[in-house]
Design a protein around this ligand. Structure first.
Ligand code: NDP
Length: 499
């Protein structure tokens, strides 16, 4: 049994290098039947994998991690070819995926394994065990912007929790998914614990209709709604990692130079195609001019391109160029000032850096996810105003606060309506496997990464074992004496007044 699909299909599609237009690979379009066959095979694989036990799974997952590490350059090269991102960014993506796989493998038993739970005095005769069992088969639908790191945030944690996975990569990056499954299959040849189904949106839709136990989706909020509607038919739970419109706040006493450097990287790296990328910057009045000066100066050194010295690559999904252009045009038409680049910066397949000032809060560039190397910078009176304006969006994925005051930064971080906030850094949380990753509102729900990410792919199982009988309360033989004893105990335990 191979980890990749071998079903005959009439149709196929190509993945292209977005920088050169060259064909990177040709892959079958898997339909409903092929997807269901993969799910059926995954069911058997899940029974075997789930029955292996923590130690055996950990060894295999650590060996998968080793295989990824030894293949780092090969994987990075393919990520580079399919997405157009720089080789260094692709290498960094593989490193991040390896780090997460390592954490999930090592921590799964501690987080999910059986543990004793104190039963409370009223149930003192019960011995209690809580454990987290695998769900079975998890369907993972991945994006193209981080075609390894993002899916591994679900696949790695789902496997570590004892599930088998059927993975539908984005049609723009199927090769990376297939390479991952191939490496997993080499380390674990016994059963296809990770299979890949390839195709367009309809293949993903077939997976959401299939007999899976959970769907882990990453992509747009629009598609997440369709996925959720399809999953409603079977009551299949989902975890949804959608887009964002992340805010970056700069306080009056912040390290302005460092903040500009971080905001620029957060907005422009990977051509801005990062769900937790910086899209809006709110700067306190007194440092606004100096921040904008440093930001524009640093942006002047950036260049989009395909060669090794380029700062970032092309826009991976051609249709995204229209979205980026529309946002820049709208911002400028409505009084926004482009201090770096402008509408002319969109030069298919590239977009040069664009920095926009004075853009109205209700324009597309401020409200909708741009997913390009553009940034809007806004002047605010205080960090409080920055938090209010940052929160005035349906999205709520991540964000950053730069401040010289730990207390101010922490308070702002807590009040930002988002799943993650970095203080005096940008996107730092993504590199910390112990921290959960996920959003609120239109940015989705549920969590990947960390202990929460492991639990996302497991179900809690509660077991009690009666060791001796005490008050006979749950029986028709219950006596008045039993009830009196119980009520007197409750009074003693819970009846007192607290000051
Ligand atoms: P989509 O949400 O359309 O696609 C994400 C994944 O879902 C892909 O694998 C896609 O397959 C699959 N898919 C598409 N339709 C369905 C369906 N009906 N049922 C199940 N799966 C489906 O995102 P796009 O790639 O089109 O990007 C659009 C926008 O989404 C971007 O502009 C960006 O704003 C946002 N986005 C956010 C990401 C994030 O990291 N949060 C990642 C990617 C995009 P296929 O690719 O084959 O169509």
């Amino acid at each position: 049994m191979t980890a990749t699909m071998d079903t005959e299909t009439a149709e196929s599609f190509q993945s292209l290098n977005p920088a050169t237009g060259e064909v990177v690979g040709e892959h079958p379009v898997h339909g409903e039947e092929a997807v269901n066959a993969a799910i059926a095979r995954a069911r058997d694989a899940a029974a075997w994998w789930g029955g292996l036990g923590w130690k055996e799974r950990r060894i295999r997952l650590l060996n998968i991690k080793g295989a990824l590490t030894r293949s780092l350059n090969r994987i990075a090269q393919l990520i580079h070819e399919e997405t157009g991102k720089t080789i260094e960014d692709a290498q960094l993506e593989v490193v991040m995926a390896i780090t997460h796989l390592d954490w999930a493998a090592r921590k799964a038993e501690k987080v999910l394994g059986p543990r004793g739970v104190f039963p409370g005095l009223l149930a003192i005769n019960q011995k209690c065990v809580l454990e987290y069992q695998p769900l079975g088969v998890v369907g993972v639908i991945g994006p193209w912007n981080y075609p390894l790191f993002t899916p591994v945030g679900s696949i790695g944690y789902a496997l570590a929790a004892g599930n088998a996975v059927v993975f539908k990569p984005s049609e723009f990056t199927p090769g990376v998914g297939l390479l991952l499954a191939d490496l997993v299959g080499q380390v674990v040849p016994e059963q296809p614990i990770l299979q890949v189904v390839t195709g367009l949106g309809e293949t993903g839709a077939a997976l959401t209709r299939g007999a899976v136990d959970k769907i882990a989706f990453t992509g747009s909020s629009r598609t997440a709604r369709k996925v959720m509607a399809a999953c409603a038919e079977r009551l299949t739970p989902i975890v949804a990692e959608c887009g964002g419109k992340d805010a970056f706040i700069v306080d009056a006493d912040a390290d302005v130079e460092g903040a500009a450097e971080a905001a620029l990287w957060g907005a422009m790296s990977n051509a801005g195609q990062t769900c937790v990328g910086v899209e809006r910057v709110y700067v306190v009045d007194s440092v606004y001019d100096s921040f904008v000066g440093k930001l524009t100066e640093q942006a002047g050194a950036l260049r989009a391109g395909e060669d090794r010295t380029a700062s970032y690559g092309p826009i991976t999904m051609p249709g995204q160029l229209d979205v980026i252009k529309r946002h820049i045009d709208d911002a400028v038409a409505r009084g926004g000032r482009a201090v770096v680049g402008g509408p002319e910066s969109v030069k298919e397949p590239y977009v040069e850096p664009v920095i926009l000032l004075d853009v109205p809060d209700d324009s597309a560039a401020v409200c909708e996810e741009t997913f390009g190397p553009t940034i809007t910078v806004h002047r605010v009176k205080s960090v409080d105003e920055a938090v209010d304006r940052a929160n005035a969006t349906a999205y709520g994925l991540a964000g950053a606060v730069f401040s010289g005051s730990k207390a101010t930064a922490l308070s702002a971080a807590r009040r930002l309506r988002s799943g993650m906030t970095s203080i005096n850094a940008v996107i730092a949380f993504a590199a910390v496997p112990a921290l959960p990753f996920g959003g609120v509102g239109d940015s989705g729900f549920g969590r990947i990464h960390g202990a929460d990410g492991l639990r996302e792919f497991a179900r809690a199982k509660a077991i009690t074992r009666q060791r001796f009988s005490t008050m006979n309360l749950t029986s028709f033989q219950r006596t008045d004496k039993d009830m009196a004893k119980a009520l007197s105990l409750v009074n003693m335990l819970h009846g007192k007044r607290y000051k």
